[in-house]
Write a protein that binds this ligand. Structure first.
Ligand code: HEC
Length: 127
């Protein structure tokens, strides 16, 4: 009997941990992004990111290209976009200075932007 209770307790704790791991209810960027729409993403990117990252994410004098091997999916997973936009970026790859946080973009908007940038990367052979 005691063994069964312990077993059930462990199963319950595992389920709760799994629910936390899969969800991102706290919005801290630890969860996966929803599916993104690259067409909406392009518009949002041009409005909110292009001033520094360039219209086709090729970079400007204010910020680096995102179509760059540094930002390939295997090195900067989609979650890195969420974290960059939510928290801003302390310079570590370049000498452009910090990227400010852009707090008013929804997780869906960030997913759309990320999908757009991934499309540009794929077209450039960065994958
Ligand atoms: C005011 C200029 C500016 C704007 C606007 C801006 N960025 Fe950045 N961003 C930067 C700079 C500068 C860096 C590079 C920091 C470094 O040296 O690593 C950067 C880096 C990044 C990175 C890499 C983060 C990492 O983990 O290394 C991502 C992803 C990113 N930006 C996405 C975006 C997106 C998406 C938008 C629009 C919603 C955006 N940025 C808007 C300046 C900007």
């Amino acid at each position: 009997m005691r063994r069964m209770i312990i077993g059930v307790t462990i199963a319950a704790i595992a389920l709760i941990a799994l629910a936390f791991a899969l969800g991102d209810g706290d919005g801290d960027g630890s969860g996966a992004l929803p599916a993104g729409d690259p067409v909406r993403g392009q518009t949002l990117f041009e409005q909110r990111c292009a001033a520094c990252h360039g219209t086709d994410a090729e970079g400007t004098t204010q910020g680096p290209p995102l179509v760059h091997p540094f930002y390939r999916p295997g090195h900067h997973a989609d979650g890195a976009f969420l974290i960059a936009v939510r928290r801003g970026v302390t310079p570590h790859h370049w000498n452009f200075g910090p990227m400010p946080a852009i707090p008013d973009l929804s997780e869906q908007a960030i997913a759309d932007i990320t999908r757009y940038v991934r499309g540009l990367q794929e077209a450039a052979g960065i994958r």
